[in-house]
Design a protein around this ligand. Structure first.
Ligand code: ADP
Ligand code: MG
Length: 647
């Protein structure tokens, strides 16, 4: 963790043996918000202080088990809360690792988590933020200032011969530190409660809060000497004996939220690997609320001892939305972060968990499709990310994809399997098309050939989906092809349906048209030729190679600006389209204007392809076309404007 303050720094000043420190500016800001703006859900501070005590106990338990020099004294591991209503005191004591003077300055005087400040600001402004989340932003301790006028922290580190200290602060200005003798290992936090917070000295009130938030803390919690929680690791119990409500409560405890999870998966294996895992799918996807990338929220244990919180290596990044516990007896207790990264065992655990989770989703699809629908809506983006980033599981993940298509009702989705099963025998490929929504896809030129031939096509509403399709490349031996592709291996037009361009053979003008298009648009296109797939639009741009779709190019363009060179496409035109016919005639009578109109039509086609266009150029051109049309005389003959009626 980056150091925000220099722990060696001497205090700002010393008065009568008391060091006086100022808070790091960020802390002062957070405290200002906590003290002056937060009045609801104040009981959260109990959970935060209990969780800090439990963390300190987890650390000492882990140290004791891996300690070879026997520096860790053998004390019972517990959390005691003492309440004194008469004097308005809330006191919480743990026998955890404690803190040295430097750690006090570092941990309670500065903030390392960069997102915390932003979170607190939003909290203060009451923007959809929930104080419940405070613990996830590394500022939980400060929540105690919601209820306390003054906080004292007496602490002594586990290190042999450590000096004890007392930290104290009213929250504004700064804090003081003095040496204190006679402390034993661990930390005591004493809150001098505000006059409107007397309730937090009531044993009934505190028990209720602990029941709500901290029931599963793996150490005994005593309130006024009475033990109030049952200490057990729920994940080591037999699945059949655990009630649904217990799972829900446990989820709320580990993830510090109040919403129920969407679903969970609890399993254990013995061979080839000992594993006990309890994984929860949350009810919400926090990344959708713009919190940026989530941290993986699964903790690694060995025989109930916490090895690592948020153990990033045990699951692939695309599963970072899961919360839970993984316990493996095979993991050495003293494994370091570095060893985790290149441990074959950890890789095995990762693979086993991932396969199990995918299988769980397969079962959800079979047993509870409605639930899967909710999962897909909320977390489908992670599955897509898995397809792009995790080749080992790509195939299994492709079964989980869901799409709207040209033949589903809006909002209704199908799987690739369903798509393939619905394909007529004559159809050899899987097709997809990308656009903002159904309307804009349906009105574009690419749909025309699929409509004429009555072929179902998958709709992508997010450019990212094109990356998924490109990475998949095929499904059940059928190539996945973009509607923009130049080469489509399409089934024949159904008998009785008009096939565009069927009767064009031998026409003289086609070659001349192609030549003119190539001449005018030579910098922009690869080639120009009459199209067999248009029935309404004058032009269409086709992708010769098919992998980078227009939407992907647009996305790359917006991320890298001008660094992505524009990829040229093949232009196809409908020689019978009235606009093309008129334009072709005009090219001799008014070559300059005909060229302007053609360039404009090209830009329309580029926009339909989702390709970036130079809007400045386009507007300039449009202005000149408009100004000309306004000065034009009314045409004398009124024939049909288009030979073919376009929809
Ligand atoms: P977080 O727990 O997310 O790190 P907090 O604001 O709750 O953030 O606590 C800040 C830090 O203070 C902790 O990371 C820990 O190092 C230290 N700390 C807080 N309470 C205790 C305690 N009871 N024992 C030991 N260290 C503590
Ligand atoms: Mg904390």
């Amino acid at each position: 963790m980056p150091k925000k303050t220099n722990p060696e720094k001497s205090s700002d000043r010393v008065e009568n043996g008391v060091e006086i420190h100022t808070f790091q500016a960020e802390v002062a800001n957070v405290l200002d918000i906590v003290i002056n703006s937060l009045y609801t859900d104040r009981e959260i501070f109990i959970r935060e202080l209990v969780s800090n005590a439990a963390d300190a106990l987890e650390k000492i338990r882990h140290l004791a088990l891996t300690d070879t020099s026997r520096t860790v004294a053998d004390l019972p591991l517990k959390i005691e809360i003492d309440l004194d209503e008469a004097n308005r005191l809330f006191t919480i004591t743990d026998t955890g690792i404690g803190m040295t003077r430097e750690e006090l300055i570092e941990n309670l005087g500065s903030i390392a988590h960069s997102g915390s400040i932003e979170f607190m600001k939003q909290l203060a402004e009451n923007i959809k933020q929930d104080i419940n989340l405070i613990g996830q932003f590394g500022v939980g301790f400060y929540s105690a200032f919601m209820v306390a006028d003054k906080i004292r922290v007496k602490t002594r580190s586990f290190r042999p011969d450590s000096q004890g200290y007392e930290w104290s602060s009213t929250g504004s200005g700064g804090y003081s530190i003095v040496p204190r003798d006679g402390l034993s290992r661990g930390t005591t936090v004493i809150l001098e409660l505000k006059s409107d917070a007397t309730e937090y000295a009531s044993s009934y009130r505190i028990r209720r809060a602990i029941n709500k938030y901290s029931n599963f803390v793996p150490f005994p919690i005593l309130v006024n000497k009475e033990k109030i929680n049952t200490v057990e690791a729920i994940w080591t119990r037999n699945r059949n004996e655990i009630k649904k409500q217990e799972y829900v409560e446990f989820y709320k405890f580990i993830s510090a939220v109040q919403e129920e999870p969407l679903d969970w998966l609890h399993f254990s294996t013995d061979a080839p690997l000992s594993l006990n895992a309890l994984l929860f799918i949350p009810g919400e996807n926090l990344e959708r609320f713009g919190f940026g990338k989530l941290d993986l929220n699964v903790d690694l244990h060995c025989r109930k001892v916490l090895i690592e919180r948020h153990a990033r290596e045990i699951l692939p990044a695309w599963l970072r939305f899961l919360h839970g516990i993984v316990d493996s007896e095979d993991i050495p207790l003293n494994i370091s972060r570095e060893t985790m990264q290149d441990s074959a065992l950890v890789r095995k655990i990762n693979r086993a968990l991932t396969s199990k989770f995918i299988k769980h989703l397969d079962e959800m699809i079979r047993d509870d499709p409605k639930q899967y629908g909710i999962f897909w809506k909320t977390f489908g983006g992670f599955i897509k990310e898995g397809i792009v980033t995790d080749p080992d599981h790509r195939e299994a993940l492709s079964r989980l994809l869901r799409f709207e298509t040209s033949k589903t009702a809006p909002g209704e989705t199908i799987s690739l399997d369903q798509y393939v099963e619905r394909m007529p025998d004559t159809q050899k490929e899987i097709y997809f098309i990308t656009g903002f929504d159904r309307k804009s896809i349906d009105s574009g030129p690419y749909m025309e050939v699929f409509r004429t031939r009555d072929i179902e096509i998958i709709y992508n509403f997010d450019p990212v989906d094109d990356f998924v399709m490109t990475h998949l490349a095929s499904y059940r031996d059928k190539n996945i092809i973009s509607a923009e592709s130049e080469k489509l291996d399409l089934p024949p037009v159904p008998t009785g349906t008009d096939e565009p361009g069927r009767e064009r053979a031998g026409r003289e003008d086609l070659k001349q048209m192609g030549d003119w298009f190539r001449k005018v648009l030579q910098d922009k296109i690869l080639d120009a030729r009459p199209s067999g797939r248009l029935s309404g639009s004058p032009l269409i741009l086709l992708n010769p190679e098919g992998r980078i779709t227009g939407a992907m190019q647009q996305l790359l363009h917006s991320l890298n600006h001008d660094k992505v060179p524009a990829m040229k496409r093949t232009l196809e035109f409908d020689p019978d389209h009235s606009t093309i016919q008129k334009l072709f005639k005009m090219k001799d009578s008014d070559p300059e204007f005909a060229q302007t109109v053609l360039e404009q039509l090209y830009d329309h086609a580029a926009m339909s392809a989702g390709l970036p266009v130079d809007t400045r150029e386009m507007i300039k051109r449009m202005d000149s076309i408009l100004s000309r049309s306004l000065t034009m005389k009314k045409p004398s003959s009124t024939g049909s404007r288009r030979k073919k009626s376009a929809k």
